[in-house]
Ligand binder design. Sequence first.
Ligand SMILES: O=C(O)CCC(=O)C(=O)O
Ligand SMILES: [Fe+2]
Length: 345
Amino acid sequence: MNNSESYPPILRHLSHPRHHQPDGGDPIRESEPDPLPLIDLQLLSHDMNMQKVLEDACKHWGLFRLVNHGIPSTLLTQLQHQAKQLFSLSFESKQASCNAADPVTYFWGTPALTSSGTPLTTAPQNINWFEGFNMSLPHLSQFQPQLPQLHSFRDTVVEYGEHLSRIGRRLFEAMVKKLDLNIEASSSYVAESTGIMRIYRYPKCSNSDVGLGMEVHTDSSVLSILSQENEVSGLELLKDHQWLTVKPVSNTLIVNLGDMMQAISDDKYKSVTHRVKLNNEGERISLCYFVFPDEELEINSSNYRPFTYKQFRTQVQQDIKTVGNKVGLPRFQHTPHSSHENLQK
Ligand SMILES: O=C(O)CCC(=O)C(=O)O
Ligand SMILES: [Fe+2]
């Protein structure tokens, strides 16, 4: 089997006609030094300067790079290696490996999934050029996969997931401290029962006209934590009307704030708009962890009417089916927003 046959058939034809690409502003500035805010997790508990850097990153970027996170580098490289092996299996075996009732599902072409991890629509408006596995972390350790490769991967992801939930909680606590919010149980806002892990593989592509690896969107999460250990770049964030590359730097994590964090902070913090471009250097593998509030927890703020994450998710799914894309937070503003120019996931 050649590598192309390990991709879903629809992703094997990278010569598709041009798809609509949302206006990207200026081209990526690959050669410039990394401009992202840098947060040291170990310093965060006691260093006021670091707390200020975090506050500014949340207000003005919605994204930062995290170092000293406490995850052994061997675990990060092992994950990347095992993910690569998993993706290199034939499309048919990946497809047959999970079904909708499992905590692990296989999907491609669209990031919009139902809460059980199956694609929301069978005919997405644009193809997103990736394949992925979606894993519900709380149910993962009991999962008995058919594919032998999924056994060792499951165990590694369970271990990684424990680190991420620790990191997510610490970051959230440091973020809300700066907001003077009266949040008693931060565990309901970054609820372990909601943790999702996704791994993605984006094909190598020399023709960026085919479309995007992943469409322009904001995440619905409170926080998303990304690991990109394979040196192929692709992720970009929108900052001051320009797309900036989020370079892969070994042993660092990328944290982005999602819509729930923006709502909890009453718009003081920002849910970052981002996308993934295809790359002609090689295929790219990324691992993304998402954490959400407890489904039934009511989020109260002055800019939005009270809503639960469950209501938000239902609205997003309804909009994707009816309008064709996510509208997101503007749906919950006191005065409904009329311009939905941002395509959000
Ligand atoms: O693959 C990436 O780098 C980003 C993925 C992403 O933005 C998402 O899953 O929401
Ligand atoms: Fe995202």
